[in-house]
Every structure is written in C-alpha cells, then in structure tokens.
Design a protein around this ligand. Structure first.
Ligand SMILES: O=c1[nH]c(=O)c2ncn([C@@H]3O[C@H](CO)[C@@H](O)[C@H]3O)c2[nH]1
Length: 515
C-alpha cells in the first residue's frame, strides 16, 4: 500500500476572501449568517428529527440455518408448492420444483382485485402499483409481499433471490429451494438478488470538476453499473456551471439519453455564500478549455425530487455516488424521510478520517461545502459508505500516465488529457507533486467494485461550527461513555480505510484508454 501523503492546504491560493465570499450569480436568496445557520441546524437535527425504526428481536429459522435478525411482527411461513415437488440433491428433502420464470407476466382485473383484498392494509401502498404487466425487476419489488399466497405461484420467481427485506430488516428469503416470508406492517421493501447479474443502477451527484469528468466517463465505461442519471451541485464550481458541464460531458460521451437534474444553488441552511474550488479545476471547471455550450437541457425536476422519485421507482436498487457537497442528498431526505430506506446505498466522496483536510487542517472540501447536510446524511440511517481523502490521497495518477493518456486513441482519454493539465499544475503548486489525486474516480470505483477497499464501521458526526467546521469525527463504538454524547444511538456508516491503489489506477487507466 502506498503510504498516505498529506500536506496542509491552509495557505493555498484558494483560501482567500474572494473565494470565501463568492456567490452563485444565479442565486437571489437572502443570505444568512453562519452562526444562525448553525443554531437552526441544531434544532433541525435534534433527537426528534432522527428516524428511528422500532424493532423487536426475533429469531428466524429455516431447515438449513438459523439467523438472528431484528424484525417487526415476525411470523415465518415456510411455503412449499403442494403440486410440483422434487428432492433436494443434498438434503433429500422435498422441495418445490422450479419452473423457469417467464420474462413477463400479466394478471387479470379479477386476480388483481382478489390479491388486493388479501393483502394487509399496511402493505397495500407498495403492492398496489398500477402495474398490470411486469418484468423480473418489478416482480421482485412486489413479490415478497405475496409469498405466502399460493395463487401467486411464488416459486416461479423466488428462485432468483435469496433475501427479502422490509425497512432494511430481513423478513424472509429462499433456502435450499424452499422459501419463506412474513407479512409484517411493512410499507417499503428492499430486495437483494444473488443470481441476477444485472448492472447496479447508479445516480452520480456531481460538481464537474476535472476529476468528476474522469469519474463520469469511468462510470460510462463500467459494465458493472448503469448510470441512470446525473444530479448536479456546487463545489468545484457553482451549480449552474456544474449543470452545464454535466450536460456537456454527456454530449461528449454521446449519452444525452441520461437525464441531468439540477441541484441546489444554496446550502442546506440556505446560505448563499458558497465556496467553490475553481482554483483546482479552472474557472469553467474543466481546465479552462472554452468548450461550447451544451445543446441539451436539464430535466424539470430538482435533483432532490429526482432522487426521491428514482428511489421510489426502484426501492433498494439505486446507489447514489455523491462526488460533491451533500446538499442534494440531505434535501432528498428532508423531502421524503423514507428516502434513507428506499435508496440502496450512498457512496460518498467526503471526509478526512484521522488525517488533515484539504481545505484547512480540519476539513475536506466536500464536507466543508455543506457540513450541516453532511451531518444529516451521516446520521440518517441510510446505507452510507464514505470514501475520504485518507484513502483518495493514496491513489495517484502520475505524469507518465497523463502522457500515455494524451497518446491514446481512446475518446475519453484524449479529452481528459487536455483538461487534466490544469489539475496537474494545481497539484504541482499545492502539493509539490508530479501527479494528481484520483478522488472522484476512486469513490466511483467503491460503488463499482467495493472489494478494492477495506472498510471500518462506526458513527460519523460532522462539526458545524468554529475553526473545525467540516471536521468528520469517527466513533468506533469501542467504549461505553459515562455520559450521554452527541454520538449516542446514531446509526453507523462504513468508512473506507485502505485501498488497493495500484489496482484502482490500473482500472481507471484501462477503462479510459480503451474508450
Ligand atoms: O477545495 C479543494 N481543495 C483541494 O485542494 C482539492 N483537491 C481536490 N478537490 C476537490 O474536492 C474533492 C476532494 O476533496 C474532489 O471532488 C476534488 O475535485 C479539492 N478541493
């Protein structure tokens, strides 16, 4: 592993009054003082606003293994198709014969009505999609609710997955071709698939940004994932420019089919004094290349609305890769508190865990951009994976690799080699290094292939005031403190601790050069 390289950025060229007071010219919102923001945040983020799910501990068992899971109103109903039985090869027990699942299926009006009556009122909202025909994905979204009902012929599709989740709790699944599930007071569902190798659905929340451009192109070249949308945010540039750049990058890639939803122009606390890192990326965010205006337009929905919509459409299936300040994600949670359970995972680039920051000794840029939003996301209960600069500062693209890119015939590599010049010169000035940190591509790869990194789990809080504003503090839960603390009863998140840096650099280079 390459040792962690760190140098303080406190007196870099960006740390000046001009940047600190800069404002997005497109914003006409009354500014608020930092201090009042912090106070309101405390109120808004007090105990009451945290979403706690009441659970009781019950034991779920099956003929093959015993698992202890927290579930609500658990009642296991092993279901065996009485009609078609066969023997399990290993156990010699009778199991339902599995027929191949049709790609699509339809249900009649009458059947639909019948099912509606049998389902408990709590689960009805999820079940009652207007869908009359469905494919494998939508069946999985609904099927768990109906497992105990034989008429639904669950065996036909339950073969495809093992675990069924409601509100993040495992309520059933299939084992040795026998399957079981419970009908609890569920309003939402999460499913995991073991046999379907469908690409993961990804939404990239981005502030392009040179390394954002790398990450977006890398995502488009990664068969393990499907980019279903981009949402934009201020950070490296203001939001208006981030949207323009996102649209431009998709045009370069020939992927204008991917929607772009514009994000917030102000912080979570509605502050308009935003800090942007144009000194890292150029005033246009893309290395001062004077690219033409994109022809395409963002969709009508805001980023937060789009995130909530997509999470509702594909419960448990979407990974948000957040490459800028976390304002849009916090706004999505504010818009719909159940977003935290409907979103599959949030992989975020942010934080400086047990190392100095890159804005000042305390704070990393994305967290510093909106500390209140970051604290909301870290303590939201969502499945969060944080990739901080303690990890990304180990992943360095060297001068020689830039030369290789410039000589490559690859479309993305050629484009990137031009804009990367600016990023390289910033790193030479700020860090005296002949290379650049691959922040955003590394975070993207944590979603593509989590095994490139190792993780620890604990509670993360973000400092929102004073000289350590933006500090990310990780609590490993190894001590029971005498007094109650601000970390009490908060959900845990995963934090990346080590990275296979050579493998990450190789993957980035290979995929971008062969584009
Ligand atoms: O304010 C910043 N200062 C930096 O030195 C710096 N280096 C990279 N970045 C951007 O912020 C995230 C990492 O902290 C990435 O999205 C970089 O684009 C920086 N932002």
């Amino acid at each position: 592993m390459v040792p962690n390289v760190f140098k303080s950025d406190t007196d870099g060229p960006w740390f000046n009054a001009e940047n600190q007071n800069a404002q997005d010219p497109s914003v006409e919102v009354e500014n608020r003082e930092d201090d009042s923001s912090a106070k309101k945040f405390k109120d808004a983020n007090g105990e009451e606003s945290n979403i706690e799910i009441e659970t009781v501990e019950k034991t779920m068992s099956s003929n093959a293994e015993q698992t202890t899971d927290k579930v609500e109103e658990v009642e296991i109903s092993p279901i065996v198709d009485p009609v078609d039985e066969t023997k399990n090869e290993e156990t010699q027990e009778s199991v339902p014969a599995i027929e191949p699942m049709p790609e699509t299926a339809t249900r009649s009006e009458e059947e639909d009505e019948g099912w509606r009556k049998e389902i408990s009122p709590e689960v009805r909202p999820l079940w009652l999609g207007e869908t009359k025909a469905w494919d494998r994905n939508t069946i999985i979204g609904f099927s768990f609710l109906y497992v105990p009902h034989h008429r639904f012929q669950s065996t036909k599709f339950l073969q495809d997955f093992q675990d069924v989740f409601i509100l993040g709790q495992r309520i059933g699944g299939s084992l040795n071709n026998q399957w079981f599930a419970t009908l609890g007071g569920a309003t939402e569902a999460r499913t995991t698939s073991t046999s379907m190798a469908e690409p993961k659905k990804i939404i990239i929340d981005t502030d392009p940004g040179i390394d954002d451009a790398m990450a977006i192109f890398l995502a488009l070249r990664s068969p393990e994932i499907t980019v279903i949308g981009l949402t934009t945010i201020y950070g490296n540039v203001y939001t208006t420019l981030a949207t323009r750049n996102a649209l431009h990058l998709l045009e370069v890639a020939g992927r204008t089919d991917i929607p772009v939803a514009e994000g917030s122009h102000v912080s979570y606390m509605k502050a308009t004094k935003l800090r942007v890192a144009d000194f890292v990326h150029g005033v246009d965010g893309l290395g001062n290349q004077n690219f033409p205006q994109p022809k395409s337009k963002p969709i009508e929905k805001s980023a937060a609305e789009y995130l909530v919509d997509q999470a509702n459409l594909y419960p448990g299936e979407i990974t948000v890769v957040a490459l800028g300040p976390l304002t849009n994600i916090a706004l999505a949670i504010q818009l719909d508190p159940t977003f935290t359970k409907k979103i599959g995972q949030i992989v975020l680039l942010g934080g400086a865990f047990a190392v100095n920051g890159n804005v000042n000794p305390a704070s990393e840029a994305n967290i510093f951009g909106d500390p209140e939003a970051a604290d909301i996301v870290f303590t939201s209960g969502a499945d969060v994976v944080a990739v901080g600069i303690n990890v990304t500062h180990q992943v360095i693209m060297k001068d020689s690799e830039l030369e290789n890119m410039a000589e490559s015939e690859g479309k993305f590599a050629k484009y990137l080699s031009k804009i990367l010049d600016y990023y390289f010169s910033y790193h030479r000035d700020a860090y005296s290094m002949n290379g650049v940190y691959l922040h955003d591509p590394t975070a993207l790869l944590a979603a593509v292939n989590p095994s490139l990194m190792t993780y620890t789990e604990g509670i993360v809080r973000v400092q929102t005031t004073g000289i350590t504003r933006g500090l990310t503090l990780f609590f490993n839960k190894q001590k029971r403190f005498n007094e109650a603390t601000e970390w009490n009863n908060k959900p845990t998140v995963k934090v990346a601790v080590t990275v296979d840096a050579p493998a990450v650099v190789k993957l980035v280079m290979d995929r971008l050069m062969n584009s």
